[in-house]
Design a protein around this ligand. Structure first.
Ligand code: PLP
Length: 390
């Protein structure tokens, strides 16, 4: 075995062949989509085709899709006070304690206008706590924007979005859903979920990095005040000449992910189950977080008492296996997981959390390679510990 085993699909997925082909065609095509001449109309057609493909992945209308520079920008745009409806001011943001940093940062809400919503030990949001906070806000005469992820990037836990939407709407509030880790892994339908706004990102579904979208359920909601002003692109919601090649790649990836959803889901689930069984065979004391909860089919987060994630990560990397420690860390250093802390996991155990995430192109040989490398890593660490003890 000479190739590396890439098992960090939640950080980014390899580009799908369909996306690469669409990007190359778009890059060879001259035209600004805002121009009225033939070249401009050609670029616009390409972009509008991609808009239909992205909309179809989440059951939305193409006209309700705004392309952005990624999931982070889409959520930042969504998290806007008084948005997306202007009829009664929204001055409070409620976010679960396990959200991605792009949502936890609170967008354009002030820090003191953000209410954290608890999760249970299994990683699922506490609906009663949310309902309490929403009625307290209502009693104060206000409404809230609630932001909840469809699936967590570290544990893979799927949140009860539809139930949350019912609670949120009953309180006259609005719901934004970060579906970055759920899209392409489980079926997503914005109407079924009753999400008002939805964030998706291209590079988690086999599209290019640096492109995403904010999608609204219907036109009764106006899009939030733009973050980037200075042009009428994206129907006035996001100024600047569009990333046509990136958008074309996003569209092609969305179409492929949507068409193959069921087959890819089954493939990923089988590999994940094989990985977890093998892992527990090697390390019977391994704790697989949220194993009993409903999870996306591709994510395993685990820790072995006494094994530090950083040490294991380096050993696995040297052995040709790419995994991650909890959340992908933008700074390159391993920080404690806020997700596991929110779930009440002991800090010492959480310090060992390793995330293995597979995808549609992961092979059984990648899982075998991981298990072989893990066995070696554990044996080496055990030897080291025995030597220290002696
Ligand atoms: N939301 C979640 C749950 C994510 O996992 C990520 C990326 O890791 C993002 C949002 C950010 O998306 P992007 O990288 O496109 O900005």
């Amino acid at each position: 075995m000479s190739e590396r085993a890439y098992l960090d699909w939640n950080a980014t997925a390899p580009l799908r062949a369909e996306a690469r082909a669409a990007i190359l065609v778009a890059m060879e095509t001259l035209g600004n989509p805002s121009s009225v001449h033939r070249e401009g109309r050609g670029a616009r057609r390409m972009m509008e085709f991609a808009r239909e493909q992205v909309a179809a992945l989440v059951g939305a209308e193409p006209r309700n899709v705004v392309f952005t520079s990624g999931g982070t920008e889409a959520s930042m745009l969504a998290l806007t006070p008084s948005a997306p409806s202007a009829d009664a001011p929204i001055e409070r943001l409620m976010v679960s304690t396990i959200e991605h940093a792009s949502v936890r940062a609170g967008g354009r809400f002030a820090a003191n206008a953000i209410t954290p919503i608890r999760v249970f030990g299994n990683g699922a949001v506490d609906l009663d706590h949310l309902a309490e906070e929403l009625s307290a806000e209502r009693a104060r005469g206000g409404r809230a924007l609630v932001s909840l992820m469809a699936a967590n990037n570290e544990t893979g836990v799927i949140q009860p979005v539809r139930a949350v939407a019912e609670i949120v709407h009953a309180a006259g509030s609005l719901l934004h859903v970060d579906a970055v880790q759920a899209a392409g892994r489980i079926a997503i339908d914005i109407n079924e979920m009753q999400a008002d706004l939805l964030t998706v990102s291209a590079h988690k579904i086999g599209g290019p990095q640096g492109v995403g979208a904010l999608i609204r359920r219907d036109e009764s909601l106006s899009f939030p005040e733009p973050l980037i002003k200075g042009g009428g692109q994206e129907r006035g919601s996001r100024a600047g000449t569009e990333n046509v090649a990136g958008i074309a790649g996003f569209g092609a990836a969305a179409a492929a992910a949507g068409q193959r959803l069921e087959a890819e889901r089954a493939h990923m689930a089988a590999l994940r189950d094989r990985l977890e069984a093998g892992l527990l065979g090697i390390s019977p004391d391994a704790v697989i977080f949220s194993r009993a909860a409903e999870r996306v089919p591709n994510t395993t987060l685990f820790a072995v008492p006494g094994v530090k994630a950083e040490t294991a990560l380096i050993a696995l990397d040297l052995d040709g296996v790419a995994v991650s420690s909890g959340a992908a860390c933008s700074s390159g250093k391993v920080a404690p997981s806020h997700v596991l802390a929110a779930m009440g996991v002991d800090a010492a155990l959480a310090a060992g959390a390793i995330r293995v995430s597979v995808g549609y192109a992961t092979h059984e040989s990648d899982i075998a390679r991981f298990l072989q490398a893990w066995r070696k890593c554990i044996a080496a660490l055990g030897k080291g510990r025995r030597e220290i003890a002696a």
